[in-house]
Design a protein around this ligand. Structure first.
Ligand code: ADP
Ligand code: MG
Length: 645
């Protein structure tokens, strides 16, 4: 392993790099994916005898999977137990101890550390890694860290990035020098399709098999957009390989995506046995965050799943869109790390030139900012318009976030943080969930609300619906339906489960999600003391629960052909998976609004309009809540195939 360390492209630059870090407070480090930035730089710093050993090195990662996996790798390289000297911290999971000197963490976790330690006093070095990903949290960290670096001259800041955008980072950090690690790149031949592919999933499967049968040894990396696609692709590949039997060499099919259990994730790093070939089917996590050795062939359908946000209506959507040319080039680069490689782009050269954007729009410009605004306000940053953003968010997005926080009572009419807002910021969940937890105190149902909040945080992965057992799965799900809505169904599932694997299996409930929900719940319960909320049960009365699960910001009323949101008059629909899909009650609260084939409300609960005046008199006027119709609208349609898809 020490030999592997010495063979990495970064190794010859070890001394120069350490010297540059000594000389400059802020350094931008640019290097190809796989050159050793994430795993080696922190170790070089630890090995440096002049370092102050009482202080920590922090290294941020945009993705949970990457934080866990690199921490495990580095602990192994240093022959220490993960969680001791080297640890990681991701939301709801802290694998560090008093002894931890090197801490990998998600960018969101470091952001939260500002709440308890505004000058990051326990750190001597902060590495903002994968800076080119430009996630919302990384962008906010840029502004905060630039600020504290001014009054903490002893703090070293390293901004590490793949070979993208480094000039901009340097410029933002007052012309910090850029340290370039020359890549060792082999040429990659790029092939395009002659015509667009109608079904890129099928095209991926065919391409993998073609490479496997016709091309010389070397592993394959396929980029898809998410868990479902990846699972479907892996199934298809396995099935076709089974059919071909011993006519072809062994093909190991390995998925990797954020929700994959970590023991399965670790498998992608195992060396391929001689005679066999490995195909890794990945989300864009394998674009730059994880490096898999031995890849010679890359298959790139040219898509990614991207979040976008409508600041007028507050609707988020997660849509499969063409990736940027910068992404496509990173993907291709994965094929040339160990030898000359090939990249098969499943789109035309014309599409590459004309249909793809140059770079990806930073997340801060296409997401809800409620959470981040609450955090910044808690840090005493009141003037958000003049915050040092590398790229500022759209004005309307900021305004909507402020409006949302005002509605929840976290800000007063002057936009200042309230006492409630301060307590809300203590909880590592979205403002609406933290509001709900705090409100549960008054309504004496915190026991139930904690469970609901935990179940909502593991979002949409509770019910298992395998393709070959759809009817059984749907029947099992029906058994959990209770009057009132989806939040109460989730509560019911949690209460009944008893955390038994057998029970989950029999009831088509995903055990892993339940286990995670329990962990989240335990953590939230642990925080109740700090925010001074007593944990009490409502004793089977659903009214108080429905009053607070409302958090009363996302309200919709039944209207012709669907629902209309109360504040924005937007037409929306109950998601077909909801327990209230058939019933269509007159007033609803929804947990989230997502666009898939239509504007769907996901996780809805039935309320009475009069409650809105009771719990949010500052936000609703009785005129808005008058019932226009005197009786329930008739149900209009059954589920269409499209809606179920
Ligand atoms: P960079 O951050 O520059 O992209 P890394 O430090 O992540 O590079 O990776 C350097 C090398 O460390 C990789 O080429 C790979 O050989 C090895 N490596 C990184 N993570 C793992 C892991 N989880 N398991 C096995 N090897 C790994
Ligand atoms: Mg890295």
């Amino acid at each position: 392993m020490q030999e592997v360390r010495r063979s990495l492209p970064i190794f010859p630059y070890r001394e120069d790099l350490l010297a540059a870090i000594h000389e400059h407070q802020i350094l931008v480090i640019e290097g190809e994916t796989g050159s050793g930035k994430t795993t080696q730089i922190p170790q070089y710093l630890l090995e440096d005898v002049t370092r102050n050993s009482c202080m920590k090195i922090g290294c941020t990662q945009p993705r949970r999977v990457a934080a866990m996996s690199v921490a495990a790798r580095v602990a192994e390289e240093m022959s220490v137990k993960l969680g001791n000297e080297v640890g990681y911290s991701i939301r709801f999971e802290d694998c560090t101890s008093e002894r931890t000197v090197l801490k990998y963490m998600t960018d969101g976790m470091l952001l939260r550390e500002f709440l308890t330690e505004p000058d990051l006093a326990s750190y001597s070095v902060i590495i903002i890694d994968e800076a080119h990903e430009r996630t919302l949290h990384t962008d906010i960290l840029f502004g905060l860290i630039k600020d504290i670096a001014r009054f903490r001259p002893d703090l070293k800041v390293l901004v590490a990035s793949a070979t993208l955008d480094t000039e901009r980072f340097s410029c933002f950090f007052d012309d910090a020098p850029v340290f370039r690690i020359p890549g060792r790149r082999f040429p990659v031949d790029i092939f395009y399709t002659k015509a667009p592919e109608a079904d890129y999933l099928e095209a991926c499967v065919v391409s993998v098999l073609q490479i496997h049968v016709t091309q010389s040894p070397g592993d394959i990396l396929v980029f898809l957009t998410g868990q479902e696609e990846i699972e479907a692709c892996c199934e298809l590949l396995q099935e076709r390989c089974r059919r071909l039997g011993s006519k072809i060499a062994e093909l190991l099919v390995l998925p990797i995506y954020a929700n994959l259990p970590s023991d399965m994730q670790a498998k992608i790093f195992n060396p391929t046995p001689p005679g066999a070939r490995k195909v890794v089917v990945a989300t864009n996590i394998a674009e730059t965050s994880l490096t898999i050795d031995g890849i010679i062939y890359v298959i790139d359908p040219g898509f990614c799943k991207q979040k976008s946000y409508n600041a007028r209506t507050g609707m988020e959507s997660l849509i499969v869109t063409p990736c940027s040319r910068a992404s496509a080039n990173q993907r291709a680069g994965r094929a040339g790390r160990v030898a000359a490689g090939k990249c098969f782009r499943l789109y035309t050269a014309w599409a590459f030139k004309h249909e793809m954007e140059e770079t990806t729009v930073p997340e801060i410009q296409r997401t809800n900012l409620g959470n981040v605004v609450l955090l910044l306000k808690s840090l005493g940053i009141n003037d958000l318009i003049h915050f040092d953003f590398m790229d500022p968010p759209p004005h309307e997005t900021l305004v909507l976030a402020l409006e949302q926080l005002y509605a929840l009572g976290a800000l007063n009419h002057l936009g200042e943080l309230t006492k409630l807002g301060r307590r809300m910021a203590e909880l590592p969940v979205d403002p609406m969930l933290s509001k709900m937890i705090l409100a549960s105190e008054q309504y004496k149902c915190s026991e139930e609300v904690l469970t609901i909040a935990a179940m909502l945080s593991v979002n949409n992965s509770i019910f298992y619906r395998p393709k070959d057992k759809v009817v059984h799965a749907d029947n099992a799900r029906m058994n959990f339906v209770v009057p009132g809505g989806d939040h109460l169904v989730l509560l019911n599932v949690y209460t009944q489960s008893g955390h038994s694997t057998q029970w989950c299996y029999e009831n088509f409930i995903q055990f892993r999600s339940m286990r995670r929900a329990r962990d989240v719940r335990d953590q939230l319960e642990g925080l109740m003391d700090r925010i001074e909320v007593e944990v009490v049960s409502s004793q089977e009365d659903s009214v108080p629960i429905r009053k607070v699960t409302g958090y009363f910001y996302h309200t919709a009323r039944l209207s012709k052909g669907g629902y209309k949101t109360v504040k924005h008059q937007q037409t929306v629909y109950v998601h077909p998976n909801s327990s209230l899909f058939e019933e269509q009650p007159r007033w609803l609260i929804y947990h989230e609004l997502v666009f898939t084939t239509k504007e769907f409300m996901r996780q809805v609960i039935e309320i009475e309009s009069s409650w809105l005046l009771e719990v949010a008199p500052h936000y609703y006027k009785s005129k808005e809540l008058e019932d226009s119709s005197s009786k329930k609208m008739p149900r209009k349609q059954g589920k269409t195939k499209e809606e179920l898809g």
